[in-house]
Design a protein around this ligand. Structure first.
Ligand SMILES: [Zn+2]
Length: 330
């Protein structure tokens, strides 16, 4: 179940882990940092599984007792610590589950590995308690802290951990995985990948997200209205933008992918792969009615909205300006 060769992207992180195992230089503590969906848990579990594997290679053998018990979800020497909903991870959690426990030797295997989930939710007292163990960890103990960000950590914790920051995956990497490994049709893979912001979990969630599909339908409605060349109808679309006020980045991103397709058809014909391939006929229909100028004006408008949004300028007003400018460009 957990194997390095099944993890997409993050080659340098995996290489770092595998080198550490090979050279017998496994750090006592790691922090894997990245937003939800990026694969922190998978990386941590795989690293822990390979550390414990009785074949002592740089990949899980999947045949030994340790690998079997890891995959069954109850490895005796890998301890998961989780935040409770209300209080996060408190000092008592660390004292009881870590500090008192670390001195007991592993039951069966080489290491005792503590995986702390949502470690950014440790209170300061909890971090101070953990620090005591991190300062002089028993030889068989390893820690892997998973966190969406590290700014809540004490600098003394950070300085004792190897911090691994998960970068955004490339669009091609996500697209390839969806297409080749999961059999998602190429145009859909392209759509989800271009929308996932380098986050594989997000790409996977989009596949089954009804709200995403509804948003896309609404965006297409807006673009259809804009291609009808009717100013009143165009201005009425402000309502749709308002519906997505709280998800404006997503909505604008989606609109950009449509504008991108229109540009591709205009300059290259429909030979290039389109993101919205399933709506190719509609795109082809809109192309003659949307001039280069109007498309550029919309792209500029979206950039302006993003820029001014940071300055907290009224969103509706910005959308209206964008639509007026677009409809005025010939
Ligand atoms: Zn094994």
């Amino acid at each position: 179940m957990y194997r390095f060769d099944e993890i997409k992207g993050y080659e340098e992180v995996i290489q770092h882990f595998q080198n550490a195992i090979k050279l017998n230089k496994i750090s006592h503590a790691y922090i894997i940092e990245g937003e939800g969906g990026k694969g922190k848990k998978r990386l941590a579990n795989t690293y822990a599984k390979v550390m414990q594997c009785q074949a002592h290679g740089i990949e899980a053998c999947d045949a030994c007792r340790s690998c079997h018990s890891y995959d069954s979800g109850n490895h005796p020497d890998v301890i998961h610590i989780r935040a409770s909903k209300k209080t996060g991870i408190g000092v008592d959690d660390i004292r009881e589950q870590v500090n008192k426990d670390v001195f007991i030797k592993p039951y069966v295997y080489d290491y005792k590995i503590y995986i702390i989930h949502e470690a950014e939710k440790m209170t300061i007292q909890a971090q101070n308690a953990l620090l005591k163990t991190l300062e002089e960890p028993p030889i068989h103990v390893r820690f892997i802290l998973l966190a969406t960000h590290t700014h809540t950590f004490l600098s003394t914790i950070l300085s004792r951990c190897v911090v691994i920051r998960l970068r955004a995956l490339s669009q091609t990497c996500i697209e390839d995985y969806l297409e080749k490994d999961l059999g998602v049709p190429d145009y859909q893979a392209k759509l989800y990948a271009s929308f996932a912001r380098g986050n594989m979990g997000r790409a996977l969630a989009l596949r089954h997200s009804e709200s995403f599909h509804e948003m896309r339908k609404d965006m297409i409605q807006v673009m259809t209205a804009l291609s009808n060349n009717d100013k009143v109808e165009a201005m009425a679309q402000v309502e749709v933008f308002e519906k997505y006020k709280d998800e404006k980045q997503d909505f604008l991103d989606l609109m950009l992918t449509w504008l991108r397709d229109l540009m591709v058809i205009k300059s290259l014909g429909d030979l290039e792969p389109l993101i919205h391939m399933d709506n190719k006929n509609l795109l082809l229909k809109q192309v003659p009615y949307l001039s280069y100028n109007r498309i550029s004006s919309l792209i500029e408008g979206i950039e302006q909205i993003r820029k001014y949004d940071r300055l907290h300028i009224n969103f509706t007003l910005l959308v209206e300006v964008m639509l007026i400018q677009a409809m005025n460009s010939k």
